[in-house]
Design a protein around this ligand. Sequence first.
Ligand SMILES: [Mg+2]
Length: 249
Amino acid sequence: MRAGEFARKAQRNSKIYLDMDGVLADFFAEYAKIANVKSYRDIPPAKADPLLDSMVGTDFFARLPKFPTTDQLVKLAVSHAGDYSICSSPLRNDYTNSAYWKKIWIRSKLTPQPITVEITSNKPHYAVSNGVPNILIDDKGSNIRGWREAGGIGIKYQADEDNLNIVKQALDIIFCDVKDTCDTEEVDEMSHCDAEKILKKNNFHKERAHGSHEVYKNDETGKTFALPHKHHATDLSKGVEHDLKKAVH
Ligand SMILES: [Mg+2]
């Protein structure tokens, strides 16, 4: 996860949308089965279109197994947003039929049930509601990009390749405003060493250790400043940096 990747934060009524194929439903397993190969990675590109065509008009999407992580992912979404929704693309040239079987799958496989189900070719349409950004968890890079460009928050996750922990970490960061935990999540660029330099330049000297802090003092002004020990903070939090700036001025 890149630092600052989730600068856009969830609000109290932000919704979490889960994609189906590759995220909740093991599309890959069934896709390989109808192609008669072990892994979907063994399917030659030339075969992809005929295979997709062969799904048209069938109950393919109702037959997909869940991933071992599907129930945990649903639970994770509910624990952050209180509930969740589905945002899934229909099979091309098979909108009504594929949507029908996808909804059957949702009804029989997911607990608790989603509050809304969107089977849509226009995912970015759901990226923002009433000015509030929504979250999309999806395995397709272009879906994530489109969602972000429309003002939403996207988490790229593919259940057979990624650890569910990346979703947990991302949601913890994204929901930090709602849970009031942002300060402990985000560390600032200022290092312990920089802080020492600033203190010395402003005539503070190390006076004593106090718990997990070192107390610096400026004898002229009588001002003190408690700097966390190096092993407690490689990067100092915004709070410490703010206090330091106040102390030396
Ligand atoms: Mg997908």
